[in-house]
Design a protein around this ligand. Sequence first.
Ligand code: ADP
Ligand code: MG
Length: 343
Amino acid sequence: MWGFGLFSPDMAIDLGTANTLVYVKGRGIVLSEPSVVAYHVKDGVKKVLAVGEDAKLMLGRTPGSIEAIRPMREGVIADFDVAEEMIKHFIRKVHKRSWPKPKIIVCVPHGATPVEKRAIRQSVLSAGAKRAGLIAEPIAAAIGAGMPITDPTGNMVVDIGGGTTEVAVLSLGDIVYARSVRVGGDRMDEAIISYLRRQHNLLVGESTAERIKTSIGTARMPDDGRGQTMMIRGRDLLNGVPKETEITQAQIAEALAEPVQQICEAVMSALEATPPDLAADIVDRGVMLTGGGALLGELDLALREQTGLAISVADESLNCVALGTGRALEYEKQLRHVIDYDS
Ligand code: ADP
Ligand code: MG
């Protein structure tokens, strides 16, 4: 039995709209790759060409015969078959042997429908899991951010992912309120694309927009009205030729104002919908931001200014959900009630 006993192959998976992370029990996060699948399409037959990092490089750069898909894009599952291929690929990448069969816990958005939950469970089982458990994403995010979710106090966690922002209030280990809005990193990228098109007659692709966002993106107008600058390349819409332009942080702040405002509104409406005593706890304890979107420059400050609440960004915000799901796996005895094994 030596060898196998050392590391249990049990896994926790964060199936995100932008990134998929796999946590292996006793080892931690072992895989973190974009949730993208590239297909070769020939005579109507689809063949997987690349998954994850390699597939993301192909997004927006594919010839007619290749299709790069983000199966989780629209918040939950936009394409079931592709999602299943992707889940299987990542599980096999981490656990190459067929024995022992792992137990796998996957986190799902709070708003996932029963059909979506069943599809995820099925994909995991057909990838060779002996048991498939689900955990609600806000709970996983809060555990991963180190929040005391089992205490009898209100805790608010705001997970800003690629496709959605999930705002949730937790108390005594369960969800009191949760709402998902379709605003996240993708919407920010789109806002940058449309701003550059409108204001600069410049056409840029999604990966350029994402790069602008992660390098100089900010949720707040810089104090000097300009901030840092960045040279970007795109296509001039007036004459169709490539063009290089300098853009400022102030311009990006303007471009991102709407999605940032929508995130603020989601936080405020969650607070309004929260029972008064729990809302008072949140006013005392503040709000925790998780997910990649939480890394947008000065988002915490902008949210604080607009909501009046204390806002913190979780350590390792991109990893919180995977770490929280992993923790539920490690401490299953204590956290058994947050995992759903059959429904
Ligand atoms: P999901 O859970 O939906 O897969 P993630 O939590 O992994 O999403 O976050 C991915 C999103 O975070 C992407 O839209 C990405 O562009 C964005 N992101 C990552 N780093 C930054 C950053 N430094 N600033 C702003 N956005 C970021
Ligand atoms: Mg996520």
